[in-house]
Write a new protein. Structure first.
Lengths: 113, 111
């Protein structure tokens, strides 16, 4: 079956702009989580959605937001981009609880210039 | 606050040997612990999950142990191969579908 698909794969944006990233989970998976990965901070949890509801949120500013659609696809949005937002953004899907592990996408590499 | 430490940033071993990676955590009582493999520029790949009431779990050449008293997990790769070279991450569930990751150990298997 198809894995987790993230688009776009690479993105270059200018400071102050906003960006939207997309994640399509594995078919049948209703939970989508988002993570930011940087060399300095490692993998950090952004938020998680299940059946269109945000269940959990990490310690990130309000510029980071997300949503989930009825088909479980999810988007995350970052407004007023800062240089420090440059990172690999990863999404992970699971059926609901992570007791079977999570399946990650290949990520979107965002560079803010 | 919760903290996960993986014993070393980098580990080099000879092909055929057993690689042992360590994950220590504090200020947390996880119901289970997970291990992932990550290759450069790619997302983590799930390897194994071990529950708090399990002492050991195996999958092919991989073995994970979990000691909730020591707050430690050990991850072993036996008969290591150059293809095992990657960064290995341990992770704890910090909330509903919220994984808290260690910083990872970069393993290099030398032919």
């Amino acid at each position: 079956k198809a894995g987790v698909t993230q688009t776009p794969r690479y993105l270059i944006k200018t400071r102050g702009q906003q960006v939207t990233l997309s994640c399509s989970p594995i078919s049948g998976h209703r939970s989508v989580s988002w993570y930011q990965q940087t060399p300095g901070q490692g993998l950090q949890f952004l938020f998680e959605y299940f059946s269109e509801t945000q269940r959990n949120k990490g310690n990130f500013p309000g510029r980071f937001s997300g949503r989930q659609f009825s088909n479980s696809r999810s988007e995350m949005n970052v407004s007023t981009l800062e240089l420090g937002d440059s990172a690999l953004y990863l999404c992970a899907s699971s059926p609901g609880q992570g007791v079977y592990g999570y399946t990650f996408g290949s990520g979107t590499r965002l560079t803010v210039v | 606050s919760q903290k996960i430490e993986q014993n070393s940033e980098a580990l080099n071993i000879q092909e055929g040997k057993t690689a042992t990676l360590t994950c220590n955590y504090t200020n947390y009582s996880p119901a289970y612990l997970q291990w992932y493999r990550q290759d450069p520029g790619r997302g983590p790949v799930f390897l194994l999950l071990i529950r708090e009431n399990e002492k050991e779990k195996r999958k092919e050449r991989l073995k994970v142990t979990f000691d909730t008293t020591l707050k430690q997990s050990l991850f072993h790769i036996t008969a290591s191969q150059p293809a095992d070279s990657a960064t290995y991450l341990c992770a704890l569930e910090a909330g509903a579908n919220n994984l808290f990751f260690g910083t990872g150990t970069r393993l290099t298997v030398i032919p």
